[in-house]
Design a protein. Structure first.
Length: 339
């Protein structure tokens, strides 16, 4: 079993590395093909015909000293990836006093905090709603709950955020509209990020709960006269939560890497805000570094979730080829019984 697991893990890690290389090549190529560059945008924004600021000149000089003005793009890519392997992405164009790895180390914990709190809130909403709807299948309460879930799923996060700002800031004047200064600044961003995931998770909980309630062991436990609440909590709900493992992990990773609009709207200094600023200013090193970092987070999270799910479900281990055991030889007594 251990050998099978090692082989499975090696294949997944190899696939992860190949995927990262593909992401880096695609991102670098798109940045090379995109019209304009950081210096051009600085000229336009300053209304000048030359680079116009000593700071920008210093930034471009630093870029040329790192990559070389006459080095072809493919060599520039190799130089960048060599630095990425040693966690050295170089300085940012937009923030020349900061290294890319310093920006990531400073900003990503903020994005991760938003994502973790949002997923926790989504689970707190989704579990009771999904269980309640499943226990009252096809009732009016079930239809209302599913309508609200569908509505929450359909609303984009930035639209929910705009509505929350209008309600709590412009109308009620109880919450700040931007910043990252205290717990009150967390409420609206976390709510805006949690609405969509809560709707998705509630549908998963309801579907999984309905399937589990039809299992024979649940029917038998109820037929034996066991308390309904105990049977539902101990047997139905516990087994219904296993499929959520495959959903919550990628969902958490996608929120960590997908908070761009929310951070930009609420002016939260997370990695999403830096990414949006880098895209607008053609900050190539910051765009490349943050994209690769986002890709690593997403792929590693998916790998960890697959491993955890394989531990929880032996069928996944068998399908993945890392939990297969050799069939034991049948005893003489068993052979006789079969014959």
């Amino acid at each position: 079993m251990l050998g099978g697991f090692a082989g499975y893990l090696a294949r997944r890690v190899l696939r992860l590395v190949v995927s990262l290389i593909a992401v880096s090549i695609i991102t670098f190529t798109l940045l090379q093909l995109a019209p304009g560059n950081f210096a051009d945008l600085q000229r336009i924004s300053s209304g000048a015909t030359t680079i116009g600021s000593a700071g920008t000149e210093d930034v471009m000089a630093a870029f040329e000293s790192r990559y070389g003005a006459d080095i072809p793009p493919w060599k520039q890519y190799l130089i960048f990836m060599k630095g990425a392997l040693t966690w050295d992405f170089g300085p940012s164009y937009k923030y020349p006093h900061l290294e890319i790895q310093e920006i990531i180390a400073k900003a990503f914990p903020i994005s991760a905090t938003l994502a973790i709190l949002s997923v926790a809130l989504a689970l707190l909403i989704a579990l009771p709603v999904g269980v309640y709807a499943a226990l009252r299948q096809n009732s009016a309460a079930d239809h209302v709950a599913m309508f609200l879930v569908t509505l929450g799923h359909a609303l984009p996060g930035f639209l929910s955020a705009a509505f929350l700002v209008l309600l709590f800031t412009a109308t009620l004047h109880v919450l700040p509209s931007s910043g990252w200064e205290g717990p009150r600044n967390l409420i609206m961003p976390v709510l805006a990020l949690a609405i969509g995931p809560a709707a998705v998770l509630a549908r998963y909980v309801r579907s999984s709960m309905l399937e589990t309630l039809r299992e024979e062991y649940v029917t038998a436990a109820l037929a034996k006269g066991g308390p309904r609440r105990t049977v539902i909590v101990r047997h139905a709900l516990r087994n219904s939560l296993i499929p959520l493992v495959t959903v919550v992990g990628p969902l958490l990773a996608s929120l960590m890497t997908g908070t761009v609009f929310i951070e930009a709207l609420f002016r939260i200094p997370g990695l999403g805000l830096y990414f949006a600023t880098a895209a607008a200013s053609r900050d190539m090193p910051l765009l490349m570094g943050s994209t690769l970092f986002f890709a690593v987070i997403l792929m590693v999270t998916n790998l960890v979730v697959d491993l955890i799910y394989g531990v929880l479900d032996p069928r996944i281990r068998a399908e993945g080829g890392w939990g297969q055991r050799r069939p034991r030889r049948a005893s003489q007594q068993e052979s006789t019984q079969v014959l």
